[in-house]
Design a protein around this ligand. Sequence first.
Ligand SMILES: Cc1cc2nc3c(=O)[nH]c(=O)nc-3n(C[C@H](O)[C@H](O)[C@H](O)COP(=O)(O)OP(=O)(O)OC[C@H]3O[C@@H](n4cnc5c(N)ncnc54)[C@H](O)[C@@H]3O)c2cc1C
Length: 334
Amino acid sequence: MQPFSYTSPRSAQEAVATFANAGRGARFIAGGTTLYDLMKLDVEHPGHLIDITAIEGLNGIDSSGEHLRFETLALMSAVAADSVVARDYPVLAEALLKAASQQIRNMATVGGNLLQKTRCMYFRNGANGVYPCNKRQPGSGCAAIGGLDRGQAILGASGSCTAVSPGDWPVALLAMDASIEVLGPQGSRTLPVGDLYRLPGNTPHLEFTLEPGEMITAIVVPKSPAGLRSTYHKIRDRESYAFALASAAVALETDGDVVTKARIALGGVATRPWRALDAEQVLIGKRLTPDIALAAGHAAFNDARPGRHNGFKAELGARTIGDALLIASERNRT
Ligand SMILES: Cc1cc2nc3c(=O)[nH]c(=O)nc-3n(C[C@H](O)[C@H](O)[C@H](O)COP(=O)(O)OP(=O)(O)OC[C@H]3O[C@@H](n4cnc5c(N)ncnc54)[C@H](O)[C@@H]3O)c2cc1C
């Protein structure tokens, strides 16, 4: 690990001002469960860490109003345990509870989770220079393309990068049309969670749309009846403490058995949290049978571009969506 300096500001404004003074080598740090890892792996080398965890009033959870509002330092475990989230928005609670381990969820923040880096092994294990990685070192190449690509993305990949977006939480937030509040040198702004993530294209090292020095302050989820019929279904190599091979966040509104609104987002298969609009369209106006659910799943992968070892993700992903739809549709039936 390279040397770095460290400050611990007392307000969000002070944190942003500190970043502006420190320059591009600065990074915010919250729970540290990702950033410290990457520093130890010699993948990230921030010159200055701005620890935001001492800022008071930035860890609130408000589920009582028109929106659900989670401030950035709210812990993953705390949001999952909120009684309204757990009862009325199982997709959110399940996405959090199926991520990492309880110990990590007790440290990790819901804001930091949105900005975690890919688990692509060529990105994480290649700092010794053996494997090229355009995300880690722009222009060096991509060892995953034509390499060991079982875990790589089949949606949204480019000739420069096929790394999967790793988070579960952003997938659930995307399905629920959440927004992010950020504070930066130019003031505050709000953006849809989907707009936070870039496709890799030719610049896979640019993963997020935040401007330098912008800090996430809160996540806002509009309340919706779709939350009651929602789930986060995650398929992985082992049933706990593993990242998704394929996951689906789904939320439904129905009239009797007929689907009137469907929201579907995918994890584990794409280079960013992926909204499956084609799959949603298959469902509208239809009675949700196992065949229709699976047809919706297959529609999500019409544009899939598998590599050498990850073609199985298209069928796995389709079945994950199909099963998620059936699970969600059984919830809160009167
Ligand atoms: C062993 C292990 C298993 C895991 N398994 C899963 C899993 O199955 N699913 C899953 O989704 N995740 C998983 N994770 C990832 C974990 O959820 C993240 O590490 C965690 O959510 C990151 O939150 P943090 O507060 O610790 O972020 P940090 O490590 O502090 O920061 C992460 C990044 O966000 C930036 N940042 C943090 N807060 C802000 C802010 N407010 N504004 C701007 N930038 C900010 C930092 O600069 C850094 O780049 C796993 C992690 C580990 C170590």
